[in-house]
Every structure is written in structure tokens, then in C-alpha cells.
Design a protein around this ligand. Structure first.
Ligand code: SAH
Length: 249
């Protein structure tokens, strides 16, 4: 099969690495799993050796779909010809575990999408471009803050490009998102807008981006930069900011 660069088709081909990732996904009896971009099913086949209830495969490419239908006959597997970016994850269950060697061109979008579906996604294990993976775990970026408001993020391992075919130009990293116990009930779109605004020109002092009364109420140094504030603090700021906005209406 001819691989399509525009769909980020770099297949993970090292059996040892695939086994390790399947172990880290740690499928359990009764679990509903979703794999994004299964491709030819290299990782899928390793996961099939574990117990679980259902595995939904989301793949956009018809050639890949055909190959999957031919090679995977497990009754627990459902193949969806679907774009993971617009797929309704919550239609599959209330406590799903998502994983995948993500197509790197849409990886950040898929991570963002995960947060928008955090009510039903309890865990996600994603392989992405190493720098992107590290930045989601540590920041500074609006997406990192957004993710870490709802999930604990662990960087699990780096995967050198030689383990892929065709070999990508970049190294890869595996991260695990585990949903937090206590989740804020906030409007996600509004919170995203708030964070992207704070992080635009992120080196500018915070006093240029937030009303003085918000900074005073939380005793925040008006000269500090957004990147010095952790996700918990940003959420606090968001809530106070909401209140101030509401009072003025
Ligand atoms: N998991 C496989 C393949 C990874 S390559 C492996 O590790 O070997 C990324 C896969 O994602 C490709 O099969 C590609 O066709 C698929 N893909 C690309 N964009 C997608 C999208 N928007 N939704 C679902 N799958 C997508």
C-alpha cells in the first residue's frame, strides 16, 4: 500500500515498542477502547491480546479501512470510517479510554477535542511529535493549561524516528492523560477563549490582559507573565474574571 503523507501515515513497525505501548494502554476487562488512526492495525493487533469489552477504530483512509477489515476479525472490534477531529466520542460510552499513534498534522486538535469530551473520556494515551508532547505536559501554552485543568499529564517515553516506516523527520513522545477526580463545571468554549487570549503575546505583563480588580483579589503580581501561573491559578483567575464580568453586566 502506498502511504499518504498528508494523512500523517508513519506506521510504527517495531514489535517491542508496540508491545510496550499496548502494556501502557493497559486494557482491562469491561473497558470500552477507542483507537485513533489505526492504519494497518500494527498497534491494534497488540491490543487485541488483552482483555476488554469493545474497541472502536476511527480511521479516515479508505485503503486503511479495507486492510483493517481484511486482517481484523475479532468480534469485539468495530471499524468506523471517520474523521477523529469531528467524531462524537461520547456516543460510544461514558467512560472510554482513547489511544493512538496520532496523525501529527491534527494531533493538537485531537488533544483539544479530548478535553471537550472529558465527560466521557477518562483516559487517553497518545503518541505525538516529541516537542508537542513535552509542551502539553509542561507548557507554556494555552493548550497545556486547558488539558491540565481536566487531566493529569504524564510523559511516558520517547520513541526515536527509526521505529517508524516511513521514518518521520521528528522524534515522537508518548503521553498519558488521566482525568482528575474533581472537575470544574465551566463553559469550555469560553474557558478556551480566555486562555488563548491570555497566552497571545505571552511575554506581555498580565496587567495588560486582566482587569486590576481580578489581580488585586487574587494578589497576583501585575507584572508577572501568564507562563508563571499554574493551571489551578488560571482556573481561579477565570472564575473571578467571570464574576467581575457578570457584575458589570
Ligand atoms: N497507528 C498506526 C498508524 C499511525 S499513522 C501505527 O502506529 O502504525 C496515522 C493514521 O491516522 C493513518 O492511518 C491515517 O490514515 C490516520 N488518520 C489521519 N488523519 C485522520 C483523522 N482525521 N481521523 C482518523 N484517522 C486519521
Amino acid at each position: 500500500m502506498k502511504l499518504k503523507k498528508h494523512l500523517g501515515q508513519h506506521l510504527l513497525v517495531a514489535p517491542g515498542v508496540l508491545d510496550r505501548i499496548a502494556q501502557l494502554i493497559d486494557p482491562r476487562e469491561g473497558e470500552v477502547l477507542v483507537e485513533i488512526g489505526p492504519g494497518t492495525g500494527n498497534l491494534t493487533k497488540k491490543v487485541l491480546a488483552h482483555p476488554f469489552k469493545e474497541l472502536h477504530l476511527l480511521e479516515i483512509d479508505q485503503d486503511m479501512i479495507r486492510s483493517l477489515r481484511e486482517s481484523i476479525k475479532d468480534p469485539r472490534v468495530v471499524i468506523h470510517e471517520a474523521d477523529a477531529v469531528s467524531f462524537d466520542f461520547c456516543s460510544l460510552g461514558e467512560n472510554i479510554k482513547v489511544f493512538g499513534n496520532l496523525p501529527y498534522n491534527v494531533a493538537s486538535l485531537i488533544v483539544e477535542k479530548t478535553v471537550f469530551h472529558h465527560q466521557c473520556i477518562s483516559q487517553a494515551i497518545y503518541m505525538l511529535q516529541k516537542e508537542v508532547a513535552e509542551k502539553i505536559q509542561k507548557g507554556p501554552s494555552w493548550l497545556s493549561a486547558f488539558v491540565r485543568t481536566f487531566y493529569k499529564v504524564e510523559y511516558l517515553m520517547s520513541i526515536p524516528s527509526r521505529f517508524f516506516y516511513p521514518k518521520p523527520k521528528v522524534q515522537s513522545g508518548l503521553i498519558r492523560l488521566t482525568r482528575k477526580e474533581e472537575l470544574p463545571e465551566i463553559d469550555l468554549k469560553d474557558y478556551k477563549n480566555f486562555l488563548t487570549r491570555l497566552y497571545s503575546m505571552r511575554r506581555k505583563a498580565i496587567k495588560h490582559k486582566l482587569p486590576e480588580e481580578v489581580l488585586l483579589e487574587l494578589s497576583i503580581d501585575p507584572m508577572c507573565r501568564v507562563e508563571s501561573l499554574d493551571p489551578e491559578k488560571l482556573l481561579l483567575i477565570y472564575n473571578i474574571h467571570q464574576k467581575v464580568r457578570g457584575d458589570k453586566r
